[in-house]
Design a protein around this ligand. Structure first.
Ligand code: NZQ
Ligand code: ZN
Length: 386
């Protein structure tokens, strides 16, 4: 296990009926005027918007709105958001939605205090020295963005879908009310589960030895997610399943699971390049890419893949190599069972841009922790994913 120093400053408020207190929380911290940031309108259809607005009004919080953040959020929207925030001189952001809205709030919060282009943070041309406070109201559990500092934005002109974060961009407080997620379409619930499991696996299969505590923790998150998503496919209104999936998703990427590990994150890197070319859901890309990545790298740590098979799928095979291959097949079958796409062709992606996507994944250098991947490796993985 590697050394670590852990601090996560986000206050997390969890449970049914908690969104109606958002105004009080904002007031408690002394913020008077906020930007209310949200997506394409699901919150207007399921009542979350009304609950938030009522709560802000009752607490005497002034607000201006920015809507229309799209899945795979884009830089042009960030620029528009920052302009509005500067014009309106807001004290904080209330971000209501999923990872896309939360991620847009993070770069915007930092860019509020910066005169240059927000993308400069992503290019590492400049580091933020502060950021506006963010209050998150989560409506889909998937990314863990409600309790981490990261944000993924697509620079649509330059075809770069990149992640970035700083110690100033953790939400100050996030509310997770699992009950508002019952209006999610089935595929979005599935996406949340796949993203959660992939976040865990990105740290689990990284080659670091001596992380028994973390491994057991990871396996617990994966099993909980698998059980919960299956229940939710049967009954989208099952509150306990929603609550368990939501908590698992937060724990998968709030920092705890990665402690003492180096992390791999190649599957995310490759998925981001696929998304830079094709506007598919993040988790769909992960479901296509990760089994192919597994096939390409499992020989680097056969024992860990065999352990994964045993702990998650009950595979008791003495030949470790065989067990590892069986584990990868079992994982792929699970993804298919819950309706996730496991090949690029299922989203009409052919071989036209494989080389370009492999190059795109290298824009910030080689990727991966278990095995360092170069352009040729990524190209091979994408071919396996076809
Ligand atoms: O836009 P609206 O109308 O709100 O609809 C959204 C959107 O279409 C809908 N939705 C959300 N809550 C709903 C709902 N529909 C009905 N009922 C509800 N309660 O769901 C759709 C997807 O929303 P989105 O925010 O895009 O989903 P998600 O949370 O999966 O976020 C994906 C983005 O986060 C990035 C991804 O790359 C992608 O851009 N990631 C962010 C990370 C982070 N910040 O740590 C890490 C992840 O690995 C990931 O890369
Ligand atoms: Zn992810």
């Amino acid at each position: 296990m590697k050394n670590f120093d852990f601090h996560n400053p986000t206050r997390l408020v969890f449970g049914e009926g908690t969104i109606e207190n958002i105004g009080q929380y904002v007031k408690e911290y002394g913020d008077k005027k906020v930007l209310l940031l949200y997506g394409k309108g699901s919150i207007k259809r399921n009542g979350v918007y009304d609950t938030v607005v009522k709560s802000l009004k009752e607490a005497g919080i002034d607000y201006v709105e920015m809507s229309g953040v799209k899945p795979n959020p884009v830089l042009s929207k960030v620029r528009e958001t920052v302009l509005l925030m500067k014009k309106e001189k807001v004290d904080a952001i209330v971000a209501v939605g999923g990872g896309s809205v939360l991620d847009t709030s993070k770069i915007s919060a930092a860019a509020y205090y910066y005169d240059g282009d927000p993308w400069d943070f992503y290019e590492k041309k400049v580091k933020p020295e502060r950021a506006l406070p963010i209050y998150g109201v989560l409506t889909i559990s998937a990314t863990g963005s409600e309790m981490n500092s990261g944000g993924v934005i697509t620079n649509e002109e330059e075809k770069k879908k990149w992640g970035w974060g700083s110690k100033y961009t953790y939400p100050r407080l996030s509310i997770v009310d699992p009950s508002v997620q019952k209006t999610l379409p089935k595929n979005q619930t599935v996406n949340g589960a796949v993203d959660t499991i992939t976040h865990v696996l990105e740290e689990y299969f990284d080659g670091t030895k001596g992380t028994l505590m973390q491994d057991e923790f990871s396996e617990g998150i994966i099993r909980t997610t698998m059980v919960s998503v299956k229940k939710l496919i049967e009954d989208p209104e099952d509150y306990e399943a929603r609550a368990n999936l939501a908590w698992a998703a937060t724990l998968a990427l709030n920092g705890l699971n990665g402690l003492g590990r180096r992390g791999d994150w190649a599957s995310h890197g490759i998925e981001h390049s696929v998304s830079a070319y094709y506007d598919i859901a993040h988790a769909e890309g992960l479901a296509m890419v990760m089994p192919a990545w597994m096939k390409h790298v499992y020989k680097e740590d056969v024992d860990k893949f065999a352990r994964f098979g045993e702990k998650i799928f009950g595979i008791m095979e003495e030949d470790k190599e065989k067990a590892a291959v069986m584990a990868i097949e079992a994982y792929k079958r699970f993804l298919q069972e819950i309706g996730a796409p496991v090949s690029l062709s299922e989203r009409n992606i052919g071989d036209e841009h494989l080389r370009a996507m492999a190059k795109n994944a290298m824009l910030r250098g080689p990727i991966g922790g278990l095995k360092k991947l170069h352009e040729e490796d990524v190209y091979e993985i994408l071919k396996l994913a076809l």
